[in-house]
Design a protein around this ligand. Structure first.
Ligand code: DGT
Ligand code: CA
Ligand code: CA
Ligand code: ZN
Length: 582
């Protein structure tokens, strides 16, 4: 239902017009917004049934505004509104999302104090300027400062690695709660985006139990603030800083709601268009032919009735997955259980916190057949990186461990290293020693600010080395901290393909490097990828779930990821000359 969105935009238009001191119109838009807000029927339904004429029949909606509503329903935007936003540089959407602030205050603050955004507002409040305004006061000023803090906490984005364990815990708890038939977390979390804005929980329960379920949700131990609590929707702030929504639906709508709230928005819009073309209507309650619900309980059924194969949430971003679904060409994406070993693991020989044996035993316990040990090398002195001599020593140590612990051949440690790619593309370990390793990763850990040309040349030179099997975390980005090095990706992919160099999908939640787009491009060129956790402790071996979801977001199948191979196969693969690998 779009009533709320439309009302919000109409309010914003009223406010913008008021700021421009346009006569009469602001009041008209405000009345229209109030009327839409109070409406019980879905505006979209009204329009579909009766067209523009029916919109004009809504109380307080005149000709001009009904045209705007029509424009929004058809194109999801209103041109005049976009224009106003450009003309008046006040961030009304953010300001009005702060608890305690409405249109009147935004106008007052702008006119008296030139406050345009949340930063201006915070400075003014901290300087005590808000309290001095007419119709204001100390109390309001304090409330606004609190509101800003909550806004900031709930509007920053969180790493998938932080959000997923929390969401899983709450989802499990909801599933066990009294009266709950089914619970799931939808939204960007279900799509396994790299960062998460807020958590979107869904629960199916009998209508009479909605109150109990809402009580349960808002009183969970993680909840530190309740933004809103209603019979079908509640919003809370969790202690870790992330916000969470809960929507409660009937069991017969659970699949439709799961589909709708998983998104993303563009995917949903496209799907809804397909429904309309077929003469159906798709919304969060179900798929309808006229008044009759023809799907909704089960998400898969919705896709089926629309003539599509079910689409894994990780690729729902309107990048051709819908067309693939229509042609029944959704690949079987790689899964966690396909992974047979980890190809980037550190031990306490460099900056890891566990011994080689401990890392190997933990990998075996996961069910792997092998793990590489890829400690840092000498240029990364602060990690205790090895020089040639120490690397040779570590190799004989690994031979001994393999002999001692895994004599039966049921597990194997691969001798590896993570060597540094120097500024000029040369490596910090000599070829004679690299040659003796089972597997060599090379990575950029310095000189992040070279030009695109220099970085590209640098990486290509490393790939041309016949002993470099994998480029680890190719872009070197750190989410929210540092962008990746500048690279000409076309050239990088071309060189990877020509040299037979594998590109890593690094599973560290702050890296997830390659990104989804580059994974898909590499895959489409026939380049092989590896999923590595870059674990620095036994616990971090579990980061493989993030690497897998990243691989899936890049449409990877099992065959695209080399560490889905069983041990004898990967060993044979690594023994082949690079140029013969793919
Ligand atoms: P986030 O929270 O910023 O990481 O991203 P999402 O994708 O979880 O977005 P959120 O929480 O605002 O909304 C959850 C889902 O609900 C979204 O992926 C798709 C659906 N949705 C939200 N707003 C709209 C809308 O205006 N139109 C359509 N078609 N779907 C929407
Ligand atoms: Ca969300
Ligand atoms: Ca949300
Ligand atoms: Zn590294």
């Amino acid at each position: 239902m779009k009533n709320e969105e439309i009302a919000r935009i109409l309010y914003e238009i009223a406010l913008y017009l008021e700021m421009k001191e346009v006569a009469f119109k602001p009041a008209a838009y405000e009345k229209a917004a109030e009327s839409i807000e109070a409406l019980e029927e879905d505006v979209e339904d009204i329009y579909k049934k009766g067209g523009l004429k029916a919109l004009e029949d809504i109380p307080a909606i005149g000709k001009g505004i009904s045209e705007r509503i029509k424009e929004y329903l058809e194109t999801e935007r209103i041109k005049d509104y976009e224009k106003l936003k450009k003309q008046i540089p006040v961030d009304i959407q953010t300001l009005s999302a702060i608890e305690g602030i409405g249109p009147k205050l935004i106008k007052l603050f702008y006119q008296k104090l030139k406050i345009k955004n949340i930063g201006d507002l915070e400075r003014a409040a901290k300087a005590g300027k808000l309290a001095k305004l007419p119709h204001s006061g100390e109390k309001l000023q304090e409330k606004i400062l609190k509101g800003i803090e909550f806004y900031r906490r709930s509007h920053s984005r969180f790493l998938l690695g932080a959000a997923l364990p929390l969401a899983d815990k709450i989802e499990k708890r909801l599933n066990k709660a009294k009266s709950v038939i089914k619970a799931a977390c939808a939204g960007s979390l279900r799509r396994r985006q790299e960062t998460i804005g807020d958590l979107d929980f869904l629960v199916a329960c009998p209508e009479r139990s909605r109150g109990v379920v809402m009580d349960f949700f808002v009183s969970m131990p993680e909840v530190i603030h309740v933004f809103a609590k209603g019979s079908t929707k509640s919003m809370v702030q969790l202690r870790s800083g992330i916000a969470a929504d809960l929507r409660v639906v009937d069991e017969k709508s659970f699949g439709a709601a799961l589909q709708y709230f998983t998104g993303n928005k563009d995917h949903n819009i496209k799907l809804r268009k397909i429904a309309i073309k077929k003469g159906y209507k798709l919304n969060e309650y179900g798929l309808f032919r006229g008044k009759k619900q023809i799907a909704g309980r089960d998400e898969k059924e919705i896709y089926e009735k629309l003539g599509l194969a079910w689409i894994p949430p990780e690729i729902r971003n309107n990048l051709n997955e819908i067309e693939a679904g229509q042609e029944n060409k959704i690949p079987r994406l790689v899964e966690l259980r396909d992974i047979k070993g980890d190809l980037q693991v550190h031990s306490n020989w460099s900056d890891g916190s566990n011994s080689i044996e401990e890392m190997a035993m933990a990998a075996k316990k996961i069910g792997y057949q092998y793990t590489a040990i890829t400690d840092h090398t000498k240029d990364l002195a602060m990690t205790g990186g090895s020089d040639e001599k120490r690397l040779l020593k570590q190799m004989s140590e690994i031979d001994k461990i393999n002999e001692k612990l895994f004599k039966k051949g049921n597990f194997r440690i691969l001798k590896g290293a993570e060597v540094n790619i120097r500024k000029d593309g040369s490596l910090d370990i000599k070829d004679e020693v690299l040659e003796k390793l089972d597997i060599v990763g090379a990575a950029v850990h310095s000189s992040f600010n070279l030009s695109k040309e220099e970085q590209t040349k640098r990486l290509i030179r490393a790939m041309e080395n016949l002993h470099i099997d994998i480029i680890f975390h190719p872009s070197g980005r750190l989410l929210g901290q540092r962008p990746g090095i500048e690279l000409d990706w076309d050239e990088i992919f071309k060189a990877a393909k020509e040299t037979g160099t594998i590109l890593e999908i690094n599973a560290q939640p702050s890296r997830l490097d390659l990104n989804d787009d580059n994974i898909r491009r590499a895959k489409n060129m026939g380049i092989k990828l590896s999923v590595g956790t870059d674990a620095h402790s036994t616990a971090e071996l579990s980061y493989n779930i993030y690497g897998i979801s990243q691989a899936r977001r890049g449409w990877c199948e099992k065959k695209d990821v080399i560490n889905t191979m069983n041990f004898p196969e990967i060993l044979a693969f690594l023994k082949k000359p690079k140029s013969k690998r793919f």
